[in-house]
Design a protein around this ligand. Structure first.
Ligand code: ZN
Length: 95
């Protein structure tokens, strides 16, 4: 177990866990990933400023969006450059 936090978070999104949660709390659909998820704070962050109990995007979508904002842009660019570099090397036949 090198990353217990991630394993725990992913287990929330196992079909069995979602089904049980929906039975307990009722279902609400995340508009970002389109999953029907239990309407509880395990999946949606409480937010009363918009007159709704929960924010629209589910926890996993919010996390993904935050991660993309902080590191995704640059890494994606670097990755594209690396891919181009290796494709060029391969095309030239050098190893
Ligand atoms: Zn979602």
């Amino acid at each position: 177990m090198s990353d217990g936090r991630r394993a725990n978070d992913d287990s929330l999104y196992e079909p069995d866990a979602i089904a049980v949660g929906i039975l307990l709390f009722g279902a609400t659909t995340c508009p970002v990933c389109g999953l029907a998820l239990p309407e509880c704070s395990d999946y949606f962050v409480p937010d009363r400023t918009h007159g709704r109990t929960f924010k629209a995007a589910c926890r996993r979508c919010r996390r993904a969006r935050q991660r993309a904002r902080y590191s995704g842009g640059r890494q994606a660019h670097k990755l594209a450059q690396l891919r181009e570099y290796y494709r060029e090397r391969k095309a030239r036949g050098t190893t």
